[in-house]
Design a protein around this ligand. Structure first.
Ligand code: NAP
Length: 488
């Protein structure tokens, strides 16, 4: 393990070499940064495969966590999630442990890297929400054959990432922010990001704000990518479209990223450990080097960052060294030769390709209160009881009606995989043994007591196997639950 620098002028960075091609890419970035004269010192720590093999289930040891807590800045290589060691990705663990809520993924057309889009001036940034959504990792087998993954989206998390996207646009002099969601289908979860975007955008009148449905966003990105400037989106959408955007400019070898939080920032390539290329001295280190450039800007080392970015542009433009992933360069330069060419070009500037003027990003200050949104009034309208049963819908419905007959609740409907199946609608549904049974209060205006819900649950449980229960709530007279397909 390398010793931290004693030079108080230098900014200390936790360096995690990572797995597979990680160490080769990270060493290349380290060499280039040192040659640039940036005032950075390293504290090397480990995470990922080697740590899983030591039996540390999170893949992130305590001394790595302590180093990051101290330095607050990380440059890392990709981490493998080895099958059979622990359950969780060490990457996701790192992002979540330090609340790096925004994942910034810029791509721009690069000289000497031919793509079908060359000449169109692609220069955009995907801002991906980084800790919520399906990546909260809350999954259950609800029946032996039906799995559930909770998609959690908070107003607070949405506000932080949306403000970050607008602040990034301000810092980089960008003109337009798109918000890409699937709010037409997931009105409450994806809709939270959309509604937050519409509200927060009013604080940034100088920046054009536009919502786009994520599937059309994917289509437009392939058809006319130059129309986009900044795209803010939910975690899963962002994961997918940022791999797509990297392919628009030459592939994962050219796609850097920053995981930003108000306390800690983690810089890494979008790509993974690409194990088939490990230790062969062939991998393209540009994505990690460009991530290091983002890190230098975060540290206020704007001059060194620009020097390195110019040197990369000159190296690619002149084509004296290009790695084998660049189309037409199957017998590309080695990682070492490419790195040395960049070092040799430090101090030179591309004539045609400019480096953007950057200013520090003002990280959003959002109220830290856990109850970020407070309701003045709330009302419990009913309950969904999820039941595992091999009965037919009609039989189950009749049974539940009988069980609820003498309670303050009545069965409103049963749905199977989201479609109403009882009372019968005539729909053709291929049912599984997982039923959502919706009960509502007989008195529509009265609030339901928990005791009434417990009593109903006990009656249902005496005859059927239940596995999950969800209150149907209204906050400030707005319904906090969706209807099933076919439910009136
Ligand atoms: P991957 O490592 O990103 O590799 C996929 C493909 O992308 C490679 O086979 C290669 O394509 C290309 N590629 C990746 N990096 C490149 C580079 N620097 N230069 C040129 N081409 C590059 O994805 P994966 O194979 O799905 O994942 C491998 C492991 O990495 C998994 O364990 C995964 O969990 C992990 N992972 C980690 C991170 C992270 O640490 N942030 C992110 C993603 C995945 P060709 O085959 O066409 O040459």
């Amino acid at each position: 393990m390398s010793k931290p620098s004693m030079n108080p002028e230098k900014k200390l960075v936790t360096l995690i070499p990572g797995d597979g091609v990680g160490p080769e890419c990270v060493r290349a970035a380290q060499r280039i940064i040192e040659a640039s004269g940036a005032a950075v010192a390293w504290e090397e720590r480990h995470a990922g495969a080697s740590v899983f093999r030591q039996g540390i289930a999170s893949g992130v040891p305590q001394d790595t966590i302590e180093s990051i807590r101290r330095t607050r800045v990380v440059l890392k290589g990709p981490l493998e999630t080895p099958v059979g060691f622990g359950e969780k990705s060490a990457n996701v663990t790192l992002r979540k442990l330090f609340e790096t809520y925004g994942n910034i993924r810029p791509v721009r057309e690069l000289p000497g890297v031919p793509t079908p889009y060359s000449g169109r001036g692609i220069d955009l940034v995907v801002v991906r929400e980084n800790v919520e959504d399906l990546y909260a990792g809350i999954e259950h087998m609800q029946t032996p054959g039906v799995a559930q993954c909770l998609k959690l989206i908070s107003s607070k998390g949405s506000e932080k990432v949306v403000r970050l996207a607008f602040e990034l646009a301000v810092a980089e002099g960008r003109k337009r922010v798109h918000c890409a969601t699937k709010s037409n289908i997931m009105k409450l979860t994806e809709g939270t990001l959309k509604r937050t975007f519409e509200r927060v955008s009013r604080d940034y009148p100088g920046i054009e704000a536009q919502h786009i449905i994520i599937d059309n966003c994917a289509h437009q990105l392939v058809k006319k990518p130059e129309q986009f400037d900044v795209i803010v989106t939910t975690n899963m959408n962002g994961d997918i479209i940022s791999d797509l955007t990297s392919a628009l400019v030459g592939g994962l070898g050219f796609a850097p990223s920053a995981n930003l939080g108000n306390e800690v920032a983690i810089f890494e390539a979008v790509h993974g450990s690409a194990p088939k290329y490990a230790d062969k001295d062939v991998i393209n280190p540009t994505a990690v080097v460009l991530s290091a450039v983002m890190m230098l800007r975060h540290l206020g080392e704007f001059e060194a960052a620009a020097r390195i970015e110019h040197a990369i542009l000159v190296t690619l433009e002149e084509g004296t060294a290009r790695t084998g992933d660049v189309v037409g360069y199957d017998k590309g330069a080695s990682t070492t030769a490419f790195t040395e060419a960049i070092i040799a070009n430090l101090g030179r500037k591309s004539g045609r390709y400019q480096v953007r003027e950057y200013r520090p990003i003002k990280l959003p200050e959002v109220d830290p209160a856990p109850d970020f949104v407070k309701a003045r009034e709330r009302h419990v309208a009913g309950v969904d009881i999820f039941v595992e049963s091999s009965l037919a819908a009609e039989e189950l419905g009749k049974s539940l009606e009988r069980l609820a007959a003498e309670t303050p609740l009545k069965l409103k409907m049963i749905s199977n995989r989201g479609t109403k199946v009882y009372p019968a609608t005539g729909a053709i549904t291929d049912c599984v043994d997982h039923w959502r049974c919706r009960f509502i209060g007989r008195n529509a205006t009265g609030d339901l007591e928990d005791s009434a819900i417990f009593d109903l649950l006990q009656r249902v449980a005496a005859h059927h196997r239940w596995m999950h229960i969800e209150k149907l709530q209204e906050f400030d007279h707005v319904r906090g639950f969706t209807m099933a397909q076919g439910e009136d």
